[in-house]
Each structure stands twice: as C-alpha cells, then as structure tokens.
Design a protein around this ligand. Structure first.
Ligand SMILES: [Fe+2]
Ligand SMILES: [Fe+2]
Length: 317
C-alpha cells in the first residue's frame, strides 16, 4: 500500500460502525426562520465591497440561497457524478480490487445515495415553495454540461478528473462543518445535517486516495495532463462562481427593490471572485483543503491546476 493510505479493512469497519439512520437527524425541530441557512462568511460576496450595501435582513436572505446552493451542490456532485463514476469503475474493474476496497466502494455508493436523500429532505423542509418536486432550483439542468458529465461517468478510467473533484468537494465538507459549528447565526438543523455529512466524507477522502492510487498513478503523463486541463475547466465554475451568487443577488433584490440600482456593483464583484483572494482563501485554500493540497504536491502535473485554483502553490512533499 502507498504512503498515507488507510487500510480499506479499517475504513469498511468504520463505515459499518458509524452508519447513521436518516431518522436520527432532528428533522422535527424544523428550520428557524430567524437564522441563516449558511454561515454568513460563506456568502460568496462576503469579502466584496457590495456586501456592505446589505442590511441584516438582506444578508439573511442572501444566506438562504447560499445554504440551498450548498445542499444542491452536494446532491449534484455526489448523485450525478460520483455515484455513477464509482459504479462504472466497479463494474469494469471491481474484480481486480481487493475485497476490502470493493466493500469500501459499496459503502461509498450507499452513503452518497443516503446523503442525496438527506439533502433533498433538508431542501424540502427549508424551502418547500422552491422544491415542489426534486428538481434543483439553483443548479438547474444544463444540457451541455450534463452531456459532458455523462461522457465522464461512462469513462471514469479515462476522464480521471473526477478523482480530484471528489477529493476537493469531499474534503470541503469538513471545513464547512467547522464553519457551521462556529457560526451562531446558522440554523441548527442545517448545521446538524452538515455534521452528519462530514462524518462519512472524512472517510470518503481516504477512499479517494485509494482510487487515486488505482487510477491516477498508473495513467500515462499525457492523460494526466489532459485531465488537469479538464479539471481546470470544471473547477473554474466553482472557484469563479456566477450562478449561485447571481441567484442570491436576484433573491435579495426581489425582496429589496432599492438594491436594483446597485445591480452593477454586485455583478462587478461576482465577476471579480476569481481574483478575490479573501474569497479563495475562505473556500479553496490549503487551510480548507489540507489533504487534497498535500496530495497535489505529490504530482508535479497538478501545478497547472493553478489557473482554476489560484491559491494552489506546490510545496515540496
Ligand atoms: Fe456525500
Ligand atoms: Fe462522499
């Protein structure tokens, strides 16, 4: 086994021991309408000048979209990307894996399905009017992107960039959980859901490391470089986000028409997020993603990810 890899037998045992039932989540406490759906510092414009234009109620309205967008993002990435990619990989290569690693991947898929159900329940409880059916409000279906995704999940051993997406977004759940815990303004049920999510995701990051060893390590350098380019394209949508902050701005303006006159200020700040290092620091930095960044350090080809991950600077491992 490679360096820092945790024995899959241990990971599988942990999955069994720590499995939780969705009914243990305190759904009955409902959502507190006076609280934020996400820690205020998670608002994409929190570090931008136009955020100062918002009063307390408008900031809470902004956070509603941020909290919903985070839940939708996990559903989207896990159910539409990770579950099919791992499923295809298992079908094609599962027989070559150790029984313990195979058991971990079965746990992984089962847990991600459970997470999707958990986040849907949260969305339906938090904003029933926005989710009459289980259709994403913020990350609505995008035919072109979905087509790319379908190709990717059918060829998980060629379109390897999903491995790094898994690492980045699964490790982010840990920082997110900490930020929810530290934010008194955040709704307790949202915080609780992110705590349960983090418990499984910490283990998924360890499983991702095994997948990296199985798939990335033996891949030729040209294929790795190609996948770093693909990864940059996809990751850029998250590190220079437009859809979710624009939805939040629209929601705030709908409630406070006085802000319509300042729309250009918000749009300028959203366009500037790629260069806003306080935003990058809070969402996509070595502090937020220590294990992922340390793994990237082991692969010199990952240095090129900097175009989409501006705070990534390789450090000698
Ligand atoms: Fe998950
Ligand atoms: Fe996961």
């Amino acid at each position: 086994m490679g360096p820092n890899l945790i024995d899959p037998a241990i990971l599988h045992r942990q999955a069994t021991q720590h499995a939780f039932d969705l009914d243990t989540i305190p759904w009955a406490q409902g959502i507190d309408p006076t609280r934020h759906f996400a820690p205020e510092a998670m608002a994409q414009l929190y570090h931008s000048p136009s955020y100062q234009l918002l009063d307390a109620d408008e900031r809470r309205e902004f956070s509603r979209v941020v909290g919903l967008a985070l839940a939708e993002m996990f559903i989207y990435l896990e159910e539409i990307l990770l579950v099919p990619a791992v499923g295809t990989f298992m079908a094609k290569r599962g027989d070559r894996l150790s029984p313990d690693l195979r058991a971990c991947l079965v746990d992984f898929i089962e847990e991600e399905r459970k997470h999707a159900e958990m986040f849907w329940r949260l969305l339906e409880l938090a904003a029933p009017e926005a989710y009459p059916t289980r259709k994403p409000l913020i990350y609505g279906a995008r035919p072109i992107k979905n087509l790319g995704l379908q190709v990717m999940v059918r060829l998980p051993e060629v379109c390897l960039c999903w491995l790094w997406l898994a690492l980045i977004f699964e490790e982010r759940t840990i920082d997110l959980y900490r930020k929810y815990q530290a934010a008194p303004e955040a709704d307790p049920l949202f915080a609780s859901v992110h705590r349960y999510h983090m418990q499984d995701e910490t283990r998924h990051v360890s499983i991702d490391q095994h997948l990296l060893a199985e798939l990335w390590d033996p891949a030729p350098m040209w294929l790795r470089r190609l996948n770093v380019k693909l990864l940059s394209g996809i990751l850029g949508m998250f590190t220079s986000p437009t859809t979710s902050p624009m939805t939040a701005v629209d929601a705030v303006i709908a409630k406070s028409p006085r802000l319509q006159a300042r729309r250009a200020d918000f749009e300028r700040d959203i366009a500037g997020l790629r260069e806003n290092m306080a935003f990058q620091q809070a969402h996509y930095s070595r502090e937020v993603l220590p294990r992922t960044f340390a793994l990237m350090d082991r692969y010199p080809e990952m240095a090129a990810i900097r175009t989409a991950l501006p705070l990534y600077t390789p450090v000698a491992p």
